[in-house]
Design a protein around this ligand. Structure first.
Ligand SMILES: NC(=O)C1=CN([C@@H]2O[C@H](COP(=O)(O)OP(=O)(O)OC[C@H]3O[C@@H](n4cnc5c(N)ncnc54)[C@H](OP(=O)(O)O)[C@@H]3O)[C@@H](O)[C@H]2O)C=CC1
Ligand SMILES: CC(=O)[C@@H](O)[C@H](O)COP(=O)(O)O
Ligand SMILES: [Mn+2]
Length: 379
């Protein structure tokens, strides 16, 4: 039995990870679950999956659910609680399905404890990619991508030599507003932005997809996961989200990974790697799909993508500040406090005032994250 812990078990990736686990009850068991504030769902998950340890985001929420937990289940709270779920217990693999850079300390703690990582929480790599990848290398821990594009690249690279890679291409759906002009973006609502054309995901990543920040975060994520320079990472608009990404090799061969959009596939592969197991995902019929379309990425239309790549190239704390500013700006947009186009402006303004530090340690990263959040909240 493989033991799995999930950080963010009540979210989109967390619940789909539990769906995958439920499909293979003889192969997986749940060791620990960490949630934010959705205690009703967490308690339901506890009854069904019988974890030994759970955590919620605050002490108050922990006290609220204490008497509803079966005896013997250990209860934790706050960031320390997430670290307990990540590094305590007996998990073989920790799925990082929490949203945002709040997952950084617990991801590092899981790696330090020698747990393999099913990595969905891309913000940790954007915030502190060098710390996460260096520690994983030192501890001999696998960082198994859950993000669909990175799982695709990972699969395309199976058995290949890194020196043979010419470049990788991350595909982008274009998000909710891919056919809008910049002028039309001025009047969009939160409900409009939350209508992703192909994927059903958490609110924050759905907005990131609409601003193309998601693809920016993914370029940085790919840089760290695959150890490639930014010059070898490209982005292509592919509205159907069928080709999840591809690799071009120096002999001009291209290997791509395709499938209907269903996150249970990359989640399961991260849990079963290097094996492939049966999945209920709808089979892709290219005859039915008939046409796959592509468009050159327009960096003027999607300036946040351009800015993210510039931050990636600048290195150090630039990507930390980019991520933190975006997290705050998206939260403000979701609360209807700012218009959609203001998200990009806030990120840009925070970066204008940011003094990047090279090779930051964890304390410097956390200070940069805090300062960028403070500024983004004030703007
Ligand atoms: N959804 C998808 O298809 C994909 C997601 N990803 C990445 O996966 C990660 C998760 O995304 P997604 O599942 O969509 O997000 P959701 O918003 O659906 O879920 C986020 C999870 O994190 C928990 N959480 C949020 N804030 C805190 C906190 N401060 N402390 C503890 N727990 C917290 C939430 O708890 P609660 O709900 O209980 O408050 C929830 O369990 C993100 O990094 C995203 O970019 C990557 C590829 C695809
Ligand atoms: C499912 C997944 O991996 C998301 O990150 C997805 O890629 C979002 O879609 P776009 O950012 O391409 O719109
Ligand atoms: Mn993705």
């Amino acid at each position: 039995m493989k033991k799995i812990s999930i950080l963010g078990s009540t979210g989109s990736i967390g619940t789909q990870t539990l769906d995958v686990i439920a499909m293979h009850p003889d192969a997986f068991e749940v060791d620990g679950l960490s949630a934010g504030s959705n205690t009703a769902l967490l308690l339901e998950q506890v009854r069904r999956f019988k974890p030994r340890r759970v955590s919620v985001s605050t002490k108050e929420l922990a006290e609220e659910i204490r008497s509803s937990l079966p005896s013997g289940v250990e209860l934790f709270s706050g960031n320390e609680g997430m670290v307990e779920i990540a590094a305590g217990g007996e998990a073989d693999t920790v799925v990082t399905a929490v949203m945002g850079s709040v997952g950084l300390r617990s991801t590092l703690a899981a790696i330090e404890a020698g747990r393999h990582i099913g990595l969905a929480n891309k913000e940790t790599l954007v915030t502190a990619g060098h710390l996460v990848t260096e520690l994983a290398e030192r501890k001999g821990v696998q960082l198994l991508p859950v993000d669909s594009e990175h799982s695709a690249i990972f699969q395309c690279l199976n058995g290949e030599n890194r020196e043979d890679i010419a470049c990788i291409t991350l595909t982008a759906s274009g998000g909710s507003f891919r056919d809008y002009t910049r002028d039309q973006l001025k009047h969009v609502t939160v409900a409009d932005a939350l209508r992703h054309p192909n994927w059903s995901m958490g609110a924050k990543i759905t907005i990131d997809s609409a601003t193309m920040v998601n693809k920016g975060l993914e370029v940085i994520e790919a840089h760290w996961l695959f150890g490639l320079p930014y010059e070898q990472i490209q982005v292509l608009l592919h509205p159907e989200s069928i080709i999840h990404s591809y690799v071009e090799f120096r002999d001009s061969s291209i290997i791509a990974q395709l499938g209907n959009p269903d996150m249970r596939v990359p989640i399961q592969y991260a849990l079963t790697y290097p094996d492939r197991w049966a999945s209920p995902a709808k089979r892709l019929s290219l005859a039915e799909a008939q046409r796959l379309t592509f468009r050159e990425m327009d960096y003027e239309r999607f300036p946040a993508l351009k800015l993210a790549i510039e931050c990636g190239k600048a290195g150090g704390t630039a990507t930390t500040a980019f991520n933190a500013a975006n997290e705050i700006a998206v939260a403000r947009f979701l609360r209807d406090e700012i218009p959609f186009v203001r998200i990009e402006e806030i990120i840009e303004k925070v970066l204008q005032q940011h003094e990047p530090a090279a090779h930051p340690n964890l304390e410097q990263i956390e200070e940069c994250d805090r300062a960028a959040r403070e500024l983004a909240s004030k703007l």
